[in-house]
Design a protein around this ligand. Structure first.
Ligand code: 3HC
Length: 300
């Protein structure tokens, strides 16, 4: 991998040198890895040391796989790993070009973080959120005059593979912040596509009713879950069926996004199917808990 090229071999924009990624879950660890693979220094932050260790393990495993497949050299893998720093605190990285918040999908959690971002980061730092459904304008209300620097950068799972970043401007987001965020997405080898600040933006407003309807079809006995997925994979060319995808995303995450859509758009079609709610109540959250719609004994 050349230093002036990103992971995909595209010439890199030089405007972004360092990002902070807050939250070391599936999305946050994927964002930090993709940044580092693109030559950007990444500070991976989480309050829980155990979560940081998990993220480090994921990075090591993914880089090892790339070396095994001869997609990158062992030296390049070492350089990528060296570009990621793990920390329980973001105050030492105040000069970052951008902070990407990838914490849990809860408006109060996000607002608390954005308040501390304003106190911590330089005036020019972009304050981005990876929210999948919450209003950017609402999150920006706690940032005062820095609302100009708040933007939605919605990545997709698995981040190193999926090409899209849905870019959402809030009411006060400046043109410069949008331009710099587009540069960052491109520097990470992604294709940024704009969407307006309505609950769920485009991706989840379209995807979640599809997933929900698959749960209803299952609950009503239209077909077995594996057959619902087969039908959508073979008939519509989906890489994963909607029920498998729900497990992959996390049933709790799907539920939370549907509730935001339901509350904000006021349409009963977004209300989570009782079958989804039942599995979630039983702790069957999908891949991460070793079972959801389907069982994943190897991941348990
Ligand atoms: N991290 C990094 N790379 C990964 C990965 C991960 N977690 N999982 C798979 N990959 C890579 C593999 O290494 C492999 O790379 P290679 O082609 O260079 O060898 C490639 O992806 C394909 O992987 P596999 O051969 O193991 O498996 P599949 O061909 O079945 O692909 C998949 C796996 C890419 C996950 C594919 O099934 C897929 O695209 N599924 C749909 C994913 C999707 O829809 N994501 C969006 C979810 S919605 C969302 O994120 C928004 C949020 O707000 C809810």
């Amino acid at each position: 991998m050349r230093a002036d090229r990103d992971y995909y071999g595209t010439p890199m924009e030089k405007s972004v040198k360092k990002i902070v990624v807050v939250g070391a879950g599936t999305m946050g660890s994927g964002i930090a890895l993709t940044a580092a693979q693109s030559g950007i220094h990444a500070v991976q932050v989480d309050l829980a040391q155990s979560q940081l260790e998990k993220a480090r393990g994921y990075h090591t495993k993914q880089l090892g796989r790339l070396v095994e497949k001869q997609k990158i050299s062992a030296d390049d893998a070492k350089s990528v790993a060296a570009r990621i720093v793990y920390s329980t605190d973001f105050s030492s990285a105040r000069d970052a070009d951008c902070v990407v918040e990838a914490a849990s999908e809860n408006p109060e959690v996000k607002k608390k973080l954005f308040k501390s971002f304003v106190e911590t980061f330089d005036a020019e730092t972009i304050l981005a959120t990876n929210t999948s459904s919450i209003s950017i304008t609402d999150i920006a209300t706690v940032t005062g005059s820095r609302a100009t620097h708040v933007i939605g950068m919605h990545f997709f799972n698995p981040v190193p593979v999926m090409k899209l970043v849905e870019v959402i401007r809030g009411l006060a987001t400046s043109d410069e912040t949008v331009a710099r965020s587009l540069d960052l997405a491109r520097a990470m080898g992604k294709t940024p596509v704009p969407a307006n600040d309505r609950a769920g933006f485009v991706s989840n407003r379209v995807l979640m009713p599809l997933i929900n309807e698959a749960f209803f079809a299952w609950m009503e006995g239209v077909a077995r879950p594996e057959d619902i997925d087969q039908i959508m994979m073979l008939g519509c060319n989906f890489p994963m069926g909607p029920l498998r995808l729900a497990d992959f995303i996390g049933l709790d995450v799907c539920h939370d996004i549907m509730m935001v859509l339901y509350r904000e758009l006021g349409d009963a079609k977004f209300f989570p199917c009782p079958k989804l709610r039942q599995l979630m109540t039983a702790g069957r959250l999908g891949d991460k808990s070793g079972c959801g719609v389907f069982d994943y004994p190897a991941k348990a």
